[in-house]
Design a protein around this ligand. Sequence first.
Ligand code: AMP
Length: 184
Amino acid sequence: MKRLIFLGPPGAGKGTQAKALSSTYQIPHISTGEILRRATTAQTLLGQKAKVYMDKGELVPDELILDLIKERLAQPDSKKGWVLDGFPRNLAQASFLEQLLANLNQSPDFALNLIVPDEVVITRMLERDREDDNEDTIRRRLQVYRDDTAPVISFYQERGILKSIDGNQSMEAVTSSLQTLVES
Ligand code: AMP
């Protein structure tokens, strides 16, 4: 049973590493970005609303995200653990999650912070083929990360569950560092 939260800038490899841990521990990989992209493709009301923000590299408003994560963590498969990727993205979401988990009698084991230099994440994002991966949007996403998401690192540091990992290594090396860490 593992309950894991991934932190780190866009392009740090959170998705790839979250999938690897999800498969190792047989726990659901919960990516708010993927849920939103699916909603956008399906052109649901949520998807239509979210797309406006995603295309600009802005965070989707909390009111659209908080219900979504609450419902996802209430699904039966989330009882055996989970790995969160892309949530929480600001302090309000971190506090909401803390309260939500307290109500479910759960607590996260680790917040895993992938550290990768800006120039590396920019190159990685430019190599992806995602609609929101153009240069202007990438620059905005990094700024939003610094302003809104980076404070979440201290939030988990204060709670004693933060683990920082050098994400600027091969994918396999990062996966193996993470696995060692999560087992400790
Ligand atoms: P990601 O796949 O995690 O990089 O997310 C892609 C985009 O979805 C972000 O740039 C945001 O616009 C939106 N998004 C994903 N997760 C969240 C979240 N927790 N809060 C607000 N917006 C989010």
